[in-house]
Design a protein. Structure first.
Length: 260
């Protein structure tokens, strides 16, 4: 049996995709949940240093965790993923890319005791963007699990804050319309909260946000100016038209700094 088959997916159901300009290659299900740029932007925004520990809640096949491990070697990485097949795929992806990562198959609301007893310097998450009601379900169960929440967003934030070390940081990426819930949760459990809007183009409203908080932080809330992802007011030709700073993040594993 091939490694791909042991991961719970037939080999023909998987694609091998390049991230960070080819510095990282990930197996992903062709018909299931597939990573866009969201986990790459999340990973690029994390202010981690070699020797620190990082926990990702809901790591899927590992795009955010392994992008971070590629950008910052020497991290102690742990990923939590409740779907067996995606957790196995994350382990496979970590092994293939030579990145040490502990991938734990568990629901974030029922973590094993060793994870509950641990504290992490950085906790990250790219939770499902949509509420489970009032929308058409995806045909693929894995894709549906990645898109629609079963665990409330408030629970994701509470678990992340509990697992964070004093002085450590929690960073989420999510849709802009969920900002009220994000801020309510972050401000209830963390301090020094910062919100970084991500606008698709100049003059367009943000669709995504990064939100970051520090355990025990005391500085006031900070709302940053939007980061613009694409050049120009509209898409005018084939191919990518990312802004230079975003292209550096996506192609060269550059840091993503919150704007002034």
């Amino acid at each position: 049996m091939t490694a791909e088959a042991r991961a719970g997916f037939a080999p023909e159901a998987l694609s091998r995709d390049a991230f960070l300009g080819g510095a990282l290659h990930l197996l992903q299900p062709r018909g299931g949940y597939r990573a866009g740029i969201d986990p790459v932007l999340l990973a690029a925004s994390v202010r981690a240093r070699a020797g620190q520990s990082v926990l990702e809640l809901g790591c899927g096949a590992g795009p955010a965790l392994l992008c971070l491990g590629t950008r910052v070697p020497g991290l102690a990485l742990t990923g939590i993923e409740r779907q067996d097949d995606y957790a196995a795929l994350a382990r496979r992806n970590a092994d293939e890319n030579g990145i040490a990562a502990a991938i734990v198959t568990a629901d974030l609301t029922a973590l094993p005791s060793d994870v509950r007893q641990a504290r992490f310097d950085r906790v990250i998450a790219n939770p499902p963007f949509f509420e489970s009601t009032g929308r058409t379900r995806a045909a693929d169960a894995g894709r549906e699990a990645g898109l629609a929440e079963e665990t409330p967003l408030a629970a994701w934030i509470e678990v992340a804050a509990r697992r964070c070390s004093p002085g450590g940081e929690v960073t989420f990426i999510h849709r802009a319309e969920r900002v009220p819930e994000l801020l309510a949760g972050f401000c209830a459990h963390l301090g020094a909260v910062e919100l970084q809007p991500l606008a698709p183009r100049e003059g367009r409203p943000p669709r995504l946000v990064l939100v970051r908080g520090r355990k025990g932080g005391r500085t006031p809330f900070r709302l940053h100016a939007p980061l613009v992802l694409h050049r120009g007011a509209s898409h005018e030709k084939d191919g990518d038209d990312y802004a230079p700073s975003i292209e550096a993040v996506l192609r060269r594993a550059a840091d993503l700094h919150f704007s002034a």
